[in-house]
Ligand binder design. Structure first.
Ligand SMILES: [Zn+2]
Length: 303
């Protein structure tokens, strides 16, 4: 047989290996893959097969590791944990008692979906009853979300570097080979955006600025995050054709402030600049980039 001859041309030694029980299936699959490659007459199709099999093994290894950590956590037999909401209250009380020992849960990781079971605790305070799963917190899973922080970062990155959430989802499926829906990417982008806003708010509050119109930021101090908001419409030109017109406003997050008397406060921007499409002028993208750089260097004037 030709196949056997090919394999015998360069015999491969077999070496006994000690493997932890949760990894036995993965190692067997790896060995099966290698045997398949050995039996091939040439390298055609080898890359695709190895890639597909490794993806599945990737996922299995991730699942084995996470399931193992969940089992270790369960073995500690913890009966109660602090309730995060009640702990922060004035009473400083509120314990969450073991509610479900092996509640099923899944996580979407950068290596695919992983299913596991973990303990869920429920606050004993009748007004609260909030549930908490410390193991989810260790994995970085938020509330009902399933994405791990590593995957979230990839989704957020895809969402902010594409023109639509749909094309971001396509990119994720094709390039990163992680199927994430456009809706999920939108949710992640909005959540990550909210977190960034909250963080920036904290930083601004710590520095004590910007306080008001009277105390604007010094020009030397540059905003860390620049926001570009834009909208567009179609207007009829004198040539009888419809033209897409876009306008944008650019500002630093720390240029946000509030004005007005208590109870009648409204949000204002201390500095900003405007850009728009202009006939025969540079493209809107160039204008925005230019304005952003100038604005960050000089400090914006309110217009
Ligand atoms: Zn509570």
């Amino acid at each position: 047989m030709k196949n056997q001859e090919a394999a015998m041309d360069a015999p491969v030694a077999l070496v006994p290996v000690v493997v932890a029980e949760p990894l036995v299936g993965v190692v067997q699959q790896l060995q099966a893959l290698f045997s398949w490659v050995e039996a091939m007459l040439d390298a055609r199709g080898v890359e695709a097969r190895v890639h597909e099999d490794l993806k599945e093994m990737d996922r299995k290894v991730m699942q084995a590791c996470i399931v193992r950590k969940a089992a270790q956590a369960a073995a500690r037999e913890i009966r109660e944990v602090r309730c995060l909401r009640c702990e922060m209250g004035e009473e400083d009380e509120g314990w969450a008692l073991l509610f479900q020992q092996s509640a099923p849960r899944y996580a979407l990781t950068v290596r695919g979906r992983v299913d596991f079971q973990r303990s869920v605790f429920r606050c004993s305070n009748g007004d609260c009853r909030r549930e908490r799963a410390p193991f989810d917190e260790e994995l970085g899973l938020s509330g009902k979300g399933h994405m791990t922080p590593l995957l979230e970062r990839k989704a957020a990155r895809a969402g902010t570097t594409h023109t639509s959430y749909e094309s971001a989802a396509e990119k994720m499926a094709h390039q990163v080979e992680l199927p994430v829906s456009a809706k999920e990417i939108q949710r992640v982008c909005e959540e990550v955006g909210d977190r960034a806003l909250a963080l920036q708010d904290e930083e601004v509050a710590e520095r004590g600025r910007p306080a008001s119109w009277d105390k604007p930021l010094e020009a030397a101090e540059r905003p860390e995050t620049v926001v570009i908001e834009m909208d567009g419409t179609c207007v009829m030109g004198r040539d009888g054709e419809g033209h897409e017109v876009k306008c944008a406003t650019v500002f630093g997050l720390d240029a946000r402030a509030r004005t007005g008397s208590p109870g009648k406060e409204r949000a204002v921007l201390l500095r900003r600049c405007y850009c728009g499409t202009s006939w025969g002028g540079p493209s809107l993208r160039v204008t925005i980039q230019y304005q952003t750089r100038i604005g960050m260097r000089k400090g914006w004037r309110n217009t």
